[in-house]
Design a binder for this molecule. Structure first.
Ligand SMILES: [Zn+2]
Length: 227
């Protein structure tokens, strides 16, 4: 005996039918019922439309979510790059201010043991009150008819160094006055600190300085012999 399906039952099951979740036998029964029932056909129509709209919405929503995710990813990327650059700039600046060579002011430099050797060379000793590492430079520059010997000391300042200031005594120096290469003579020897006006004259032509003692001459001879 053929059992006619009840409209309530058909409409209950229609969503599953539209989704293709119902069995072949059920499908056949539903189709037979729909062929004869206007109400259920209308219900099927509206349900189908509704479900398609919902699905469409979901697709649109998913697209929007993906788009937002993309933007967010992009923003994170930009933010990351910004942070990266900032960190590099910051460390660069820190390195720049903390790890440079600073000229040592003449107030932190002491010149001592200035005397003249028998051969005319000028002897002097330099000590500096500095933190840690220093570099010591002595260069000859032409000045007028003669030459100047300029001494400079640089402190390798480190921002996070816990090194305290201390007196550093530099190797004693004998400076010969004639320059065999340029056929010129030194007329001045001075220490130059933070700028051209920050200087200590060690010796100048015409300056009256002590003559070396016999012991100092012996040291000088030892120094020259060891070279
Ligand atoms: Zn019906």
């Amino acid at each position: 005996m053929e059992q006619r399906l009840n409209c309530n039952f058909v409409q209950d099951i229609l969503p599953n039918y539209i989704e293709g979740l119902t069995s072949d036998i059920t499908n056949k029964a539903i189709q037979e019922h729909l062929a004869t029932c206007v109400d259920c056909r209308k219900a099927l129509d509206s349900m189908t439309r509704e479900m398609q709209e919902t699905k469409g919405m979901k697709v649109v929503q998913q697209k929007q979510i993906n788009f937002l995710k993309k933007i967010k990813r992009k923003q994170w990327k930009i933010a990351g790059i910004n942070v990266f650059i900032s960190v590099i700039v910051l460390f660069g600046a820190l390195y720049f201010v903390s790890n440079r060579d600073f000229p040592v002011s003449s107030t932190n430099v002491t010149i001592s043991q200035v005397y003249q050797m028998n051969d005319g060379s000028i002897h002097y000793s330099v000590s500096a009150n500095v933190k840690g590492y220093i570099s010591y430079i002595s260069r000859i520059f032409p000045s007028g008819d003669g030459e100047s010997e300029i001494i400079r000391i640089y402190e390798h300042r480190r921002l996070f160094s816990n090194q305290s200031k201390g007196i550093v005594l530099l190797p004693e120096k004998w400076s010969s006055l004639p320059d065999s290469n340029a056929n010129k003579e030194k007329t001045v020897i001075y220490y130059e600190g933070t700028d051209k006006n920050d200087k200590i004259i060690v010796w100048m032509k015409g300056m009256d300085i002590p003559k070396a003692t016999a012991e100092q001459e012996a040291n000088y001879k030892n120094f020259r012999d060891s070279k």
